[in-house]
Design a protein around this ligand. Sequence first.
Ligand code: ADP
Length: 242
Amino acid sequence: MEALLEVKDLTVAYHRKPVLENFNLTVQRGDIYGIIGNNGVGKTTLLKVITGLLRSDRGEVKIRLEGGKKATIGTLIEKPGLFKDMSAYENIKAKALFLGVKYAKKDVNRLLERVGLGDVGRKRTGAFSMGMKQRLGIALALVGDPDILVLDEPINGLDPQGMNEVRNLLLKIHEETGLTVLISSHILDELAKIATRFLVMGRGGKVIRNCTKEEFVQECGEENLDEYYVKLISDFSQDSVD
Ligand code: ADP
């Protein structure tokens, strides 16, 4: 099967200091890739290059559907940029207009329903809870039906209810459409409830683990995920010192 997304020998540096070096990743259609790593390992940088927000110094990112057609990406990097004096409905309309996608009233309403904001679609978004804002952010990323959804720390700062809402929404969308998702987070337990695969990144964008969620959970055994993760990355730090 041909990969939907292929990142090949990617190198990205800020002021000549490399953050990612010869980084490789292959994502199949329908994967939900949970990307884990300490602050500063280059998760956001990777996601920005994949979504085209940042240029790499070397390497390439190939995103294509079967038959060679270019796939599209929807993005939510941390918090959504919302027009807070406008309603959720108007925010979606504005995004569609910006992308040049034709969205009739029923399309906007369907999208609002999909993210569970059907009954508050006409309310000012400034008054939304964090969870509602993130769900609207995901709706905005879904405008135009992208093939890949890229979410950078979408549950950061959410309370348990907000996390629940976002998780259920992502699982529902994945079940309905088989959408491919890349999602970074350092809340491992939460990520384990969503992801089908785990990518653990270490310093310098090194790939410490790239495996199925089940393999990761099995490796972890009786230990809790956080403890196992800390051990994994400290082993890696030891290795890189030697
Ligand atoms: P993560 O998302 O894993 O926390 P980032 O990709 O945000 O990591 O950052 C990786 C490294 O690159 C960090 O050391 C960060 O300070 C640095 N960095 C990120 N963005 C910039 C920038 N615009 N200019 C300079 N350094 C940056």
